[in-house]
Ligand binder design. Structure first.
Ligand code: SF4
Length: 430
C-alpha cells in the first residue's frame, strides 16, 4: 500500500503544480509506448477459492473471554454473499504483522477458512468462507496471537503509514500516535467500537500514504518551533471520506456534519490545542519515543548509510539491463524497453552524483546530463542524451525498436563504467 499511495501523492502534487490539462497531455504523450491500450480480463480463469476441511484440531477451542467474543462477533463478523458462510475481519494494529505470526495464524486457521485471504484497505485482514460454528475457534486462535481486538473499521481502527519508523520523509511519528489513540478509544470510549461512520487516518507527512485526506479525522505529521525548540506536531484535517457511487471528498474542512458546522467551528474548537504557552517538557518528545524530538533526514527503509551510492546506482543499472535482456528473450518488448529506460536513468544519475550534481526528477536527470556531459563533450554518442532516452515515447514497442534501444542503453552503461574507473583512478593518483 505504502508504495502505491506514495506514487498517488506525487501525482497529486504534480497536478497541483502543472494543472490537470498539462498532466493529461503528459499522459497522452506516454501512451504510444504502451503494449496494450485496452486489456480484457478473463475472470472465468480466476481460481475458485479452496474451501476448508472444517476439521477442527483436537484440544481447547473456546474463547478465553466470552463477553469479548460476543462483542467481536458484532463488530468483526459479517454474513457472506454466498449462503451459509460468514466473513471475519481482523484488526491489525498499524498493519504490523510479522512472518512468524502470519504463518502460525494460517496454520491454525487453515482447517476453517477459505484459502482466499485478503488485505483490507485499512491495513486489516479478511478471512472468507467460514462456517458460523467455527467462529469461536477462530476467535480463540486470534486471542492467542493478540489479534482479537473488536471494532474492525471503527473509530478505534486507525490507519497509519509507517512514518518515522521506517520512512525518511516522516516528520513526526504516525504509528506512535495511532497506537496511543487506539488504546484510549478501546479502553475509555468502548462505545466507539460500534461506530463505523467516523474514520481516523494518520500520515507521518503531507504525502498522504496513511490516506489522511480521505478520513473523517485526518492527521499528518508536522513540527513547530516553540520556546526555541522543535516540537512534534500534527496538522488536523476534517471531513474527508467516501461518499459512495465512486465519489469521495478530500478532508479539509466529517462529511455532512463538517459541512454543516463549517470550517470556523472546528478552527475555534481546536485552537486551544495549538497554544504553545501551555507546552510541558513531555510535549517535546514524540509519541512512542524517549528522546527529545528533532527534525533530521533519516535513513529510511534502506539502512545502507555508508554505501557508495554511485557504485550502487551503476550496479542497479546493470541489474535493469539484465531484466531488460530477460524480457527481450521472452519477446516482452515493452517491458524490455522500460527496463532499458530505467538503466539509462540510473546510469546518468550515477555519473551526475559523481560530479556532485544533485538529482531529483527523471526529467531533471536527462537535462542535467546534457548540461554537464553532452554539452561539455564528455559524452559524444549523441547531441542530445535527453532525446535519445525519450525515444521511448516516440516509438511503438516493436521488436526492432526494443533491440536497438537495449543496445544503446548497454553501451551507455559501458561508457559510464569506463568513465567512473577513470575518475576513481585520477582521484587515487591525486
Ligand atoms: S511519512 Fe510521508 S512519505 Fe513516508 S510513508 Fe508516511 S505519508 Fe508516506
Amino acid at each position: 500500500m505504502e508504495k502505491e499511495t506514495a506514487v498517488t501523492a506525487r501525482i497529486k502534487f504534480l497536478i497541483q503544480k502543472i494543472g490537470i490539462d498539462a498532466f493529461n497531455e503528459l499522459v497522452a504523450e506516454e501512451q504510444k509506448a504502451l503494449t496494450y491500450h485496452r486489456y480484457k480480463i478473463d475472470t472465468s480463469k480466476f481460481d475458485e477459492p479452496v474451501l476448508a476441511s472444517g476439521q477442527l484440531p483436537a484440544g481447547k477451542n473456546e474463547a478465553v473471554n466470552p463477553y469479548k467474543f460476543e462483542l467481536w462477533k458484532t463488530t468483526n463478523v459479517q454474513a457472506q454473499k454466498q449462503e451459509g458462510y460468514v466473513v471475519v475481519y481482523v484488526r491489525v494494529p498499524n498493519g504490523n504483522i510479522g512472518s512468524f505470526t502470519s504463518r502460525s495464524l494460517i496454520e491454525k486457521l487453515r482447517p476453517v477458512i477459505g484459502d482466499d485471504v485478503r488485505i483490507t484497505i485499512n491495513q486489516g485482514l479478511q478471512f472468507r468462507f467460514i462456517k458460523p460454528e467455527h467462529l469461536e475457534y477462530i476467535y480463540s486462535v486470534l486471542e492467542t496471537e493478540n489479534l482479537a481486538a473488536a471494532g474492525f473499521g471503527s473509530v478505534a481502527d486507525i490507519t497509519a503509514c509507517p512514518g518515522t519508523d521506517t520512512c525518511n520523509l516522516g516528520i513526526s511519528s504516525s504509528t506512535g500516535i495511532s497506537t496511543v489513540l487506539s488504546e484510549v478509544i478501546d479502553e475509555e470510549y468502548p462505545e466507539f467500537l460500534y461506530n463505523k461512520d467516523i474514520s481516523i487516518k494518520i500520515s507521518g507527512c503531507m504525502n498522504s500514504c496513511g490516506q489522511h485526506g480521505m478520513a473523517s479525522i485526518g492527521f499528518h505529521g508536522s513540527s513547530l518551533k516553540a520556546k526555541g525548540q522543535v516540537v512534534p506536531a500534527l496538522q488536523v484535517l476534517i471531513g474527508g471520506g467516501v461518499l459512495g457511487s465512486g465519489e469521495g471528498q478530500i478532508s479539509d474542512v466529517y462529511t455532512k456534519y463538517a459541512v454543516r458546522q463549517g470550517n470556523k467551528y472546528f478552527y475555534e474548537l481546536l485552537k486551544p490545542f495549538a497554544d504553545q504557552t501551555t507546552l510541558t517538557n513531555e510535549d517535546f518528545i514524540d509519541w512512542g519515543q524517549e528522546e527529545k524530538f528533532a527534525t533530521a533526514i533519516g535513513v529510511g527503509e534502506c539502512a545502507g548509510v555508508m554505501i557508495d551510492l554511485v557504485a550502487t546506482l551503476i550496479l542497479e543499472a546493470e541489474e535493469k539491463l539484465d531484466y531488460s535482456k530477460e524480457c527481450l528473450d521472452n519477446k516482452a518488448w515493452a517491458d524490455g524497453i522500460y527496463h532499458a529506460y530505467s538503466a539509462f536513468v540510473h546510469t546518468a544519475k550515477a555519473l551526475l552524483l559523481q560530479q556532485g550534481v544533485q538529482c531529483n526528477t527523471q526529467h531533471g536527470i536527462l537535462n542535467d546530463f546534457d548540461k554537464h556531459f553532452t554539452a561539455k563533450g564528455l559524452f559524444t554518442e549523441t547531441n542530445s542524451f535527453k532525446e535519445l532516452v525519450l525515444e521511448i515515447n516516440k516509438n511503438e514497442p516493436t521488436e526492432e525498436f526494443a533491440l536497438s534501444y537495449f543496445q544503446r542503453a548497454k553501451s551507455f552503461a559501458a561508457f559510464a563504467k569506463q568513465h567512473r574507473e577513470q575518475v576513481v583512478l585520477a582521484e587515487n593518483v591525486a
